[in-house]
Design a protein around this ligand. Structure first.
Ligand code: HOZ
Length: 420
């Protein structure tokens, strides 16, 4: 049998739910067969059918330097020779932690885990341990991974498939999760007032990048900071997407608002499975074995993953104009798409989302108004033109540093042609 995406998908459906290991990959919402990727280099991915695509997903964020960056590969290769996993302390995990702490002022101590989901689950536990409170506030349409307490009005695949509250989450696990409206400080104020002295933390994607891309309105993040200060509540920025992407210090640096704790994923692992949470030393010292909040992991601080993460972060830091250039390219793409499509295009730095609506998108409800049928139509035409975007209206377009002006012009003119 030929090795095609269709054949592989037919086989996969017998052995994996929906034929996938993560639902957002399934192309279900766009009614197509997912492309099975054989290899990737620079800003391109190549499928088993022999087609190549400009990759605007970048593994959902980690590949900010493009695929197959030689010195990242070299760092991984040389570590592989020394051992794949020790389940014991190693120098690379110390180097990565030091590298971040020396450059990101609000990270005084950090713990490595294996995914953004784990990072969030752990940071929330720490916030509860530190404040001795149970309740947490999250925002409708924000996605913080798939731990039970976070699958309440969640974005990303949960939003795409119309299941914002997952089945299988017990009432007990989600009863302390309160949901507020993104970009609406009044909704947060009301929750804090009605639950006075009970809210451990507010967790927020500083740029909501799992309901498309919803940009924080002026004063929103600052408002959250001061509400937290007034209520003895910790502010957690989920920087799994924005960390090391908008700036080296993530959205906290970009918007100039300092959280108490930060969660990372994606770029911090340079393409390997890594997550992390960190922040104020006093809070992080709640974590075992110093404190009484338990959190552990056999593969946490894995040397291969640390090597890839460190090599990636070094490049981001050493190229002084890296973010200036990448963010300018992101803005150029957004502006071009706005001009040729007439639809709403939200953008921050290298993150953008084209919503198939001409109304502004500042909230979860606004995002839900976008025309998802139109999205599906354009998605399939883009594939034909060799452009790979995430198969959902409610995900971001991710640029990496290998995109040239010519690539971006091609993307803009392709949208123009499809929508003509
Ligand atoms: N946060 C990513 C989607 N928005 C994760 C990708 C996945 O769920 O597989």
């Amino acid at each position: 049998m030929n090795k095609t995406s269709e054949n592989l998908f037919n086989r996969a459906k017998f052995v994996m739910p929906g034929g996938v290991n993560s639902p957002v990959r399934a192309f279900q919402s766009v009614g197509l067969v997912p492309r099975f990727i054989d290899r990737a280099k620079g800003n391109k991915i190549y499928d088993v059918d022999g087609k190549e695509y400009l990759d605007l997903v970048g593994s959902w964020g980690p590949m900010i330097l493009g695929h197959g960056e030689e010195h990242v590969l070299e760092a991984v290769r040389s570590q592989i020779e020394k051992g794949l996993s020790f389940g014991a302390c190693n120098e690379l995990e110390v180097q990565l932690a030091e590298f971040i702490i020396e450059r990101v002022p609000h990270i005084e101590m950090i713990r490595m885990v294996n995914s953004g989901t784990e990072a969030v689950m752990s940071a929330v536990r720490v916030a509860r341990g530190y404040t001795k409170r149970n309740k947490i506030i999250k925002f409708e349409g924000c996605y913080h991974g798939h731990s039970d307490a976070m699958l309440v009005k969640a974005g990303s695949g949960a939003m795409t498939f119309g299941e914002p509250n997952s089945s299988g989450v017990t009432e007990g696990a989600s009863q302390d999760t309160l949901t507020a409206k993104y970009n609406d400080l009044e909704s947060v104020r009301t929750l804090l007032k009605n639950n006075e002295g009970e809210v451990a933390c507010i967790i927020v994607e500083p740029v909501a990048a799992n309901m498309g891309v919803v940009v924080p309105m002026e004063g929103f993040l600052e408002g959250l900071r001061s509400l937290c200060n007034d209520n003895g509540t910790l502010l957690i920025f989920d920087e799994v997407i924005t960390g090391f992407r908008l700036a080296f210090g993530g959205a906290a640096e970009y918007f100039g608002v300092t959280p108490d704790l930060v969660t990372y994923g994606k770029i911090i692992g340079g393409g390997m499975p890594v997550g992390a949470y960190g922040g104020k030393k006093e809070i992080m010292e709640m974590v075992s074995p110093v404190g009484k909040v338990y959190q552990a992991g056999t593969l946490s601080g894995n040397p291969i993953a640390m090597a890839a993460g460190l090599a990636t972060l070094r490049t981001l830091w050493e190229q002084k104009d890296f973010y200036e250039k990448l963010n300018a390219m992101g803005e150029y793409l957004a502006e071009g798409l706005r001009k040729v499509t007439g639809f709403t295009v939200n953008n921050v730095g290298s993150l953008s989302c084209l919503y198939y609506t001409d109304e502004t998108v500042e909230t979860y409800e606004d995002a839900l108004r976008a025309n998802t049928n139109k999205f599906s139509y354009v998605f399939s035409k883009l594939l034909d033109k060799g452009i790979y975007v995430a198969p959902s209206q409610f995900e971001a377009l991710f640029l990496n540093s290998k995109f040239t002006k010519e690539d971006v012009d091609y993307i803009i003119s392709s949208y123009e042609e499809i929508l003509r």
